[in-house]
Design a protein around this ligand. Structure first.
Ligand SMILES: [Zn+2]
Ligand SMILES: [Zn+2]
Length: 336
């Protein structure tokens, strides 16, 4: 593949400022990295949290984006399995130390010195990027295009959240019906679970979207659940949904918070937590999550609903995500 000298990228120069388009040198892979020509990159709520300064200390200037589908265009001398032309997915977890207590316990998502794509190293809002070979996923041809991008964070975090509610949960509430919810709903229905979708109040479009995907009920977040739920997954970054979800779940139920950032949680009476209800958060992903989920996505024939934007429209895509105007996931297409 002919590699150009420069590439276009949407750059974050300063938090709380819009991205700016730049012409930058194409990066060179280190020994363990591949050079990747980006086909498409998904737009995730985490990108908004970085932009808005809710996640601290990003690399600056920074190319954000961590739902990358791309084609291997070059590689470092230590790369052993990937080869030029392979189509791969690059997720949020970019690298882990392999030696801290969490890595040694198989909890690399909690690594003490991790790198994150599009946060502590450059990501995919660009025509090229580099990634550590060992943290990339080979993609099946079904997902080797823009439709695969949302699987790489929305899908993975959705899957990790879904796993944490336990296999016995039948009636599952999902709060915030965006990119992650639309994927986890399909997986849950494939496994014969019932999904109750809670959206922003009066967001009829999102409620219809959830019903189309097979949710048994969809309604406003401020309304009580129509049945006692076994578990709740909160994807919306809204702390007040935690006590609400606690009131919706049955004894022994769990509330899983899938986001990396949330507004503060209001105080609530102990009574709604009692009876062995629990609350927990989900952080990052392990490579095993990725491998397991990408297999399951094929089995369940998960279809991603995407709204496509050109790279230079990244600020508009982020704006629509912020305003809740997307059904499914925004994905940026790279100029060829
Ligand atoms: Zn580690
Ligand atoms: Zn993400």
């Amino acid at each position: 593949m002919q590699i150009p000298v420069t590439m276009k990228a949407m750059m974050l120069e300063q938090q709380k400022h819009p991205l700016v388009i730049k012409e930058l040198p194409v990066p060179s892979p280190s020994d363990q990295q591949v050079l990747v020509k980006v086909i498409a990159c998904g737009v995730c709520r985490t990108d908004l949290h970085i932009l808005d300064g809710e996640l601290l200390n990003p690399k600056l200037p920074l190319i954000i984006g961590h739902e990358i589908v791309g084609i291997v265009a070059g590689k470092g001398s230590g790369v052993s399995t990937l080869k030029e032309g392979d189509i791969i997915g690059i997720p949020w977890l970019a690298h882990t130390c392999g030696t801290c207590k969490f890595c040694l316990q198989g909890k690399e998502n909690l690594c003490d010195s991790p790198l994150f794509t599009g946060y502590t190293i450059d990501g995919g809002y660009a025509q090229f990027t580099v990634a550590y070979e060992q943290f990339c996923f080979l993609l099946n041809k079904k997902y080797a295009n823009a439709s695969g991008a949302p699987l790489l964070c929305a899908g993975l975090i959705g899957y990790r959240s879904y796993n944490l509610i336990g296999k016995s949960a039948q009636n599952i509430g999902i709060y915030g019906f965006g990119a992650a919810a639309h994927l986890v709903t399909q997986l849950a229905i494939f496994q014969e679970k019932k999904i109750y979708a809670f959206t922003r109040d009066k967001d009829i479009k999102a409620q219809q979207f959830a019903l189309q995907l097979g949710a048994v009920w969809a309604g406003d977040s401020s309304k009580p659940a129509p049945v006692k739920l076994d578990a709740a997954i909160i994807f919306a970054p809204v702390g007040s949904l935690i006590p609400k979800a606690l009131m919706d779940i049955d004894k022994g139920g769990i509330v899983v918070c899938g986001g990396i950032h949330m507004s503060d949680i209001p105080t609530f009476p102990y009574d709604i937590l009692w009876q062995e209800r629990s609350i927990r958060s989900v952080a990052n992903l392990t490579r095993k999550d990725g491998e397991d989920f990408l297999k399951l996505a094929l089995q369940a024939n998960i279809k991603t609903q995407t709204k496509l934007f050109h790279l230079h429209e990244a600020n508009e895509a982020l704006k629509q995500l912020r305003e809740g105007k997307l059904n499914g996931a925004a994905v940026l297409l790279m100029p060829t």
